[in-house]
Design a protein around this ligand. Structure first.
Ligand code: FAD
Length: 413
């Protein structure tokens, strides 16, 4: 088989790129997806009578109206609810003033440093003191290793009680494998402004992503991607994994032995999930350096008494790091689901759980150089890396869609 554009992977990146070709009247393309359903990490399934996002909680940020408009063409705006974010952090510490030595659980809104004012006065003092002593506020030189860097930025108390355990649970046991380059944009936490926020009893600082977001009224997040895939008809080959790419001849081999020759390959799949034939050893070594983490999404039918849509749990005693309270964003549903890094997940009898092998691309120290080498080699072989895995970057789906639209514009000029 021969084609002009061969798209590897049918998640948001691959689907958007394919739709952009279709819009331009280009029909000479094929998209190959290994699962029986498109949507990648954004897929949903019906569990206990309502949709559940099997790749974890997914919400469409309102911050990119152009991207929302693009998605509304497949699922009109009136099929989505718009929400204001209510996300919280639940954490346990032994208060310094405690006589019993027993841990106490506190819950505040996310992000931590903006909402210290919600804590009792004694705890506010603990975090204010820690911010005042943080290296970035006392003029200490910036450390290069992840754990020290976080301490330098936020102070010992926020790090010890929240940032270090939470990031360990989410990403990796050894956080010092991670680089600090991706955290550079985090603003310094100001002691004066935090104190003012505690006095005025209101949040301080910039709000995180998804302050306002859309979620489908009747479906899971997967529905919009399912419709995009359906609209592509027989251009999509589902249930078929890509096995290898012959980089010299631009030929892809599928798991059933089918060969597809392409002029251009757009790869949105993890680089270490396929064999790259003819790639030099230094490229294969770079691919080996790419790391990622897996996640288990596990359904719990109990109803929780909270208005939060999701809650972060840094407590190391709990396997999971976040829960998604489905009944607070998916009308008519019940229950919640937990998100657990797969290495930490212990299956209990009767668990309904979904494992995503590739969930988070890790921003390791080695990643930037490795990706530069891989993408440079790939582009000389007419292969372009796109999306969360093709670029090995923590893109949210709206950013992925944006990047796919821009790439399609560039390649079809
Ligand atoms: C827990 C969690 C929560 C998130 N929350 C949000 C959120 O709230 N909002 C948001 O916008 N984004 C969120 N994201 C990010 C979002 O999932 C990604 O931005 C998006 O899925 C990236 O799309 P993609 O197409 O690049 O990758 P993916 O969705 O991973 O798609 C890649 C596709 O390639 C396929 N594939 C892999 N290997 C092969 C192979 N060998 N052959 C053929 N096909 C293959 C996969 O099956 C998959 O369909 C979240 C991610 C996670 C893990």
């Amino acid at each position: 088989m021969k084609t002009e554009y061969l798209i590897l992977g049918g998640g948001p990146a691959g689907l958007t790129f394919a739709q952009c070709l279709k819009r331009k009247g280009i029909t000479d393309f094929v998209l190959v997806e290994k699962e029986n359903e498109v949507g990648g990490l954004c897929r949903s399934e019906i569990v206990d009578g309502s949709p559940l996002d099997i790749g974890g909680g997914h919400f469409l940020d309102v911050r990119r109206p152009r991207i929302c408009e693009f998605l509304f063409e497949f699922m009109p705006e009136n099929e989505w609810n718009r929400y204001s974010r209510d996300s919280r952090i639940s954490f346990s510490i032994i208060p310094e003033e405690s006589k019993s030595g027993k841990a106490k659980t506190y819950e505040i809104h996310h992000p931590f440093e903006a909402n210290i004012w919600e804590l009792p006065k004694s705890q506010q003092k603990r975090y204010l003191d820690s911010i005042a002593e943080a290296g970035c506020n006392t003029g200490e030189p910036k450390p290069t290793r992840f754990v020290e860097w976080i301490r330098w930025k936020l102070g010992d108390a926020i790090c010890g009680d929240y940032m270090i355990p939470y990031n360990t649970k989410l990403y990796a046991n050894n956080l010092n494998e991670l680089g600090t380059y991706w955290l550079e944009k985090l603003p310094n936490v100001s002691y004066e402004e935090t104190l003012e926020s505690c006095k005025q009893k209101k949040a301080y600082g910039s709000q995180p992503g998804h302050t306002e977001f859309y979620y489908p009224k009747k479906y899971g997040y997967g529905e919009v991607w399912r419709r995009m895939g359906e609209d592509l008809g027989d251009k999509v080959i589902k249930g078929m994994a890509v096995k290898s790419v012959d980089c010299m001849n631009c030929i892809v081999e599928l798991e059933d032995g089918t060969l597809i020759e392409a002029k251009q390959i757009i790869s949105t799949i993890p680089w270490n999930s396929i064999e790259l034939k003819w790639a030099p050893t230094k490229i294969k070594d770079s691919i080996k350096k790419l790391k990622s983490s897996s996640v288990n999404i596990t359904y719990k039918p109990e109803m929780l008494n909270t208005e939060a849509q999701w809650i972060y749990y840094p407590d190391m005693e709990l396997d999971y790091h976040r829960i998604l309270v489905r009944s607070n964003f998916c009308p008519g549903s019940k229950g919640y689901w937990t998100e657990t890094r797969s290495e930490r997940y212990h299956e209990a009898e009767g668990d309904i759980t979904f494992r995503m092998d590739y969930a988070y691309p890790l921003n390791t120290i080695a990643k930037p150089d490795a990706m530069d080498r891989i993408l440079d080699f790939a582009s000389k072989s007419h292969i372009t890396g796109l999306g969360r895995w093709g670029e090995h970057n923590h893109y949210n789906s709206d950013v992925t869609v944006d990047r796919a639209i821009k790439l399609a514009e560039k390649l079809t000029k």
